[in-house]
Design a protein around this ligand. Structure first.
Ligand code: PMP
Length: 450
């Protein structure tokens, strides 16, 4: 079986490394006096259970984590993960007492940390406390839940919306609940993990189509549609690894012709695309009803934590009564819901933020391209990759930029294919033009040095 998580190695070498690591751990445990021989073949009953099936430290996934971190340490690459930010992380941040220009935050509109957003959260705590402690269905909701959902629905010009405590959970439970074994879910090959997890949970047949290729989707539907009952097509508004976006009107046409449902995940496009930041719908001038399921996250432009689904009443009401991730899970914490509501109102009232974000993104992309950086297919909206071609190069480049006061996250295999390992720059409306110039100059110099 192919092993994931070990960049740039053949399957045989990966298996051998995992085997060696297992043997090392067994030896360590033996040295500490624990019993260790892995029974070659399980005897009958629980006594015959092999050691590796009873111990988390022998779990193959954990072995991969250890190999990656030990390998990085041997190469002298500092871990880029779990950095400790000492204050609000936006266009700048403080890590270990030092200030950095920060490109590792989804705080696109700098609304996390905005005084009105923080004040709304504080007022909600004073009024409702920090938790609603249980499911809204059974234990009741707070006015801020409905205000937020109605504001989201109005923004999309659809009947209603429902909020969940995480964006990931919103995708998993919505797709997992609405579709089943006689259905088909088709998704762009670069779709987010939460969509794939939702499809697995649903038991529906899952097929991917090549990135941003409506003709390929059309062809698959031509062959497959009649084998299934419901069909769902899932896209992202802006793809989180590449920063490009689909030709949404073409996908709307395809879904109409093939009598399918269309779902768009706006995690990275809401607050970012469109003349006033209302997302990919505004960008293309579509109606709310052109897409059946609008999904988005509250953690990015909306400065909170959670996810939403917006659409027709029958969809929202159904999810509110039966989607397990809503029904059996706590309602959003009031201060977090209040923060996202305040952020949404600010998107409507402070239009300059969206305009600066879009201008800074265009400027970063133009300068990076001019400097010969491989930015892939990025459209210059908030997400701009610098493709390095290997995980080791990406990790080294991120470490070199960190030394120079620039914090940017490397994206390594298996989050992307090894050849597409990259740095991923998230733009904020508060990045200044000189900061962008300084960053692109440092990026080009360090790339040349790799
Ligand atoms: N969809 C996409 C496209 C995402 O990028 C993410 C997370 N970054 C999610 C869903 C999950 O959202 P959350 O972080 O709110 O759980």
């Amino acid at each position: 079986m192919a092993r994931k998580g070990l960049p740039g190695l053949t399957a045989q070498i990966k298996d051998k490394l995992i085997q060696q690591a297992l043997e090392r751990r067994l030896k360590q445990a033996a040295d500490q006096g624990k019993s260790l021989d892995l029974p070659a073949r399980a005897a009958t009953g629980a006594e015959g259970t092999p050691e590796q099936h009873q111990r988390f430290d022998l779990h193959p996934g954990y072995q991969q984590v250890r190999i990656i971190s030990e390998g990085a340490a041997r190469l002298g690459i500092p871990s880029p993960f779990f950095k400790l930010h000492e204050g609000i992380a936006g266009a700048s941040t403080r890590i270990d007492g030092r200030s950095y220009i920060n490109y590792a935050s989804y705080n696109y509109l700098a609304l996390c940390g905005h005084p009105e957003v923080s004040a709304a959260a504080r007022q909600a705590i004073d009024r409702y406390g920090t938790s609603v402690s249980a499911s809204r269905l059974v234990s009741g909701e707070r006015p801020v839940h409905r205000e937020l959902e109605q504001a989201i629905a109005a923004t999309y010009a659809v009947d209603d919306a429902i909020t969940f405590v995480s964006g990931h959970a919103a995708n998993v439970t919505t797709i997992g609940h609405l579709f089943g074994s006689r259905d088909l879910v088709l998704h762009d090959e670069l779709i987010h993990n939460s969509v794939v997890q939702g499809i697995s949970l649903s038991g529906a047949r899952r097929l991917s189509f090549p990135h941003n290729d409506p003709a390929a989707l059309d062809a698959i539907l031509g062959q497959q549609r009649h084998h299934f009952q419901r069909v769902l097509i899932v896209l992202e508004g802006i793809y989180s690894m590449d920063g490009d976006y689909p030709d949404l009107p073409r996908f709307v046409d395809i879904k109409n012709r093939h009598r399918a449902f269309l779902m768009v995940d706006e995690a990275h496009s809401f607050g970012v695309m469109g003349a006033t930041g209302l997302g990919i719908r505004e960008h293309f001038g579509l109606r709310g009803s052109d897409v059946d399921i609008w999904m988005g996250t509250l953690s990015k432009a909306l400065a909170g934590c959670g996810g939403y689904i917006a659409g027709e009443s029958a969809l929202v009401e159904h999810l509110k009564f039966l989607a397990p991730g809503f029904l059996y899970s706590v309602g959003m914490s009031p201060p977090v819901a209040a923060a996202s509501l305040a952020a949404l109102r600010l998107i409507h009232s402070e239009r300059g933020r969206v305009a600066s974000l879009q201008q800074r993104g265009r400027s970063f992309l133009a300068q990076a391209r001019a400097a010969g950086v491989d930015t892939g297919t990025s459209a210059g909206y908030a997400v701009i990759p610098a493709i390095t071609g290997s995980s080791i190069r990406a990790a080294r480049l991120a470490a070199a930029l960190f030394e120079r006061g620039i914090n940017v996250q490397p994206i390594l295999y298996p989050a992307v294919p090894e050849k597409s390992a990259r740095l991923r720059f998230f733009i904020s409306c508060e990045h200044s033009e000189p900061e962008i110039q300084q960053t692109v100059a440092a990026l080009a110099e360090e790339l040349a040095r790799l």
